[in-house]
Write a protein that binds this ligand. Structure first.
Ligand code: GDP
Length: 469
């Protein structure tokens, strides 16, 4: 009885506003960090936390300028059953004698960062320092895209995917595996597994080729669900299956995926976020060409649609009127470009966000686009080449070579890239864009100075700034 009453009280506090910590009445801000695989989530969180703890390079934050942050420390997180974001090991990887990039995000994890803040307001001197807990929730962007599946039946989802597949070379093996399969024949597990394996192979290859419409997201990042029936289905042609058929069993598993995988994730994590940063590797998409850029823009609209109040019946019911307050879209790895090009990268991210907002009919949360590098791996230099001054970035590649490169000139007007992307162009007419894989820098560190970055402080100011002063 008592536990059910406390459970009720805790729940009502949460629904009043997640800004109250159940135990101590200390404010809590839940910040989601997402983005597709390799967008830069792990590096972002590690660099952000470290730079907040040693804020010498975070001068764009008002709280740093004003000196309101009196202490920052890591605390045990409130969610006992969630893996902790492995901050210490990730930082050790980035700052060791031979720095290396940490392993990226594979599943959801959490980290609580607590602030002691200077008192404010009329009674500040009486109340003493304030506390603020920031719960950072890291989760794969692939999982957000799954929200789109909630409103679809198995037949609808299958039809959509099967229309897409013939245009993609990555799907050849799956389409071959489908040949000779009679969806209305009696279900047999070996066939279901063979098809699910081939379909997962397609998703993995499509993802590697830069496509982001690769749902179900858990097929790519299964966590502890690998091999379970809920991940053993694939799209099949047809509209309705007879009892006991392969089609019917696949449909049953698709429904289980919705209710047992997607729904709990949104209930437990997503619905409780106050702020969200979505990391996008825009440069990689530009490098891959118009189709990849267009696909990224579509994925941004889908992400925004997930946050749109009222967009999805299932999700609106979960939110009970709660809204995410701010969403930041950050184009990562800006250190691949000389700063003379950063404004163009930001303009491109802004234009993509604007269109994504229009597409998703999004209103509500405050949104912003930025270009950042969570960890700056390059230095800038200018050289004269054939009588012309060229802006370059220099760094060490992951294979050990030192290079100075110009990754390609982004256009002043983002429409020069976005229009051909929308029109389905096969490749860029002007310009060629390369992507290098730089190793993390070897640093000489000064206490109080976090890691070098580009506009990580501007990102932090947008996401957290108002709560730190
Ligand atoms: P996740 O899969 O979203 O967690 O991505 P990670 O944080 O693991 O980043 C993926 C890869 O992108 C890293 O291994 C690095 O190679 C690269 N990367 C991430 N952030 C930066 C950055 O700020 N600068 C540079 N140059 N590379 C980065």
């Amino acid at each position: 009885m008592i536990s059910s009453i406390t459970g009720f009280i805790a729940q009502s506090l949460e629904s009043v506003g997640d800004t109250v910590s159940e135990a101590f009445f200390e404010p809590v801000l839940r910040v989601g960090v997402t983005g597709l695989s390799r967008a830069g989530k792990t590096v972002f969180i590690t660099a952000l936390v470290h730079n907040l703890m040693e804020p010498g390079r975070m001068q764009r934050m008002k709280a740093v300028q004003m000196g309101t942050i009196k202490g920052v420390y890591l605390q045990p997180q409130p969610d006992m059953t969630l893996p902790r974001f492995d901050y210490e090991n990730h930082l050790a990887a980035l700052t060791g004698d031979t720095p290396r990039w940490p392993d990226g995000t594979r599943a959801v994890s959490e980290l609580r960062l607590s602030f002691r803040l200077a008192p404010t307001g009329l009674f500040g001197s009486l109340t003493g320092p304030r506390k603020l807990h920031i719960d950072i929730v890291d989760y794969p962007g692939e999982w957000i895209l799954d929200l789109g599946l909630m409103g679809k039946s198995y037949a609808e989802w299958s039809a959509e995917v099967l229309t897409r597949l013939p245009k993609r070379p990555q799907a050849t093996a799956y389409l071959a595996a489908l040949e000779g399969v009679e969806p209305q024949s009696k279900h047999d597990e070996a066939t279901a597994q063979r098809l699910a394996r081939a379909f997962t192979g397609y998703l993995t290859e499509a993802r590697a080729a830069g496509w982001s419409d690769c749902t179900p997201g858990r097929f790519l990042l299964p966590g502890d669900l690998a091999g379970s029936p809920v991940l053993t289905f694939a799209p099949l042609p047809g509209a309705e299956g007879t009892r006991g058929s392969l089609w019917r069993e696949n449909a049953r598993r698709f429904e289980a995926y919705k209710s047992k995988v997607i729904r709990p994730f949104f209930e437990t994590h997503f619905a409780r976020l106050d702020r969200q940063v979505v990391l996008i590797d825009v440069l990689e998409a530009v490098h891959r060409g118009p189709a990849a850029l267009e696909d990224q823009r579509r994925a941004m609209a889908e992400v925004l649609a997930a946050f749109r109040p009222g967009a999805n019946g299932f999700f609106s019911a979960l939110l009970r009127g709660k809204r995410v307050e701010k969403i930041l879209f950050a184009a990562t790895k800006a250190d691949h470009l000389h700063h003379s090009q950063h404004a163009k990268l930001t303009a491109l991210a802004e234009a993509m966000l604007r269109e994504a907002r229009d597409r998703a009919h999004f209103s509500g949360a405050e949104t912003k686009a930025l270009s950042i590098a969570a960890l700056r791996a390059t230095v800038e230099e200018s050289r004269t080449h054939q009588g012309r001054e060229v802006d370059l970035v220099r760094g060490q590649l992951t294979d050990g070579r030192q290079v100075a490169v110009n990754a390609g000139e982004l256009p002043e007007d983002p429409a020069r890239l976005l229009a051909p992307a929308r029109d389905g162009a096969a490749r860029w007419l002007q310009g060629d864009y390369g992507v290098m894989h730089f190793a993390p820098p070897t640093l000489t560190r000064t206490p109080g100075q976090g890691l070098p970055h580009i506009r990580l402080d501007a990102a932090a100011e947008f996401l957290l700034g108002d709560r730190l002063i």
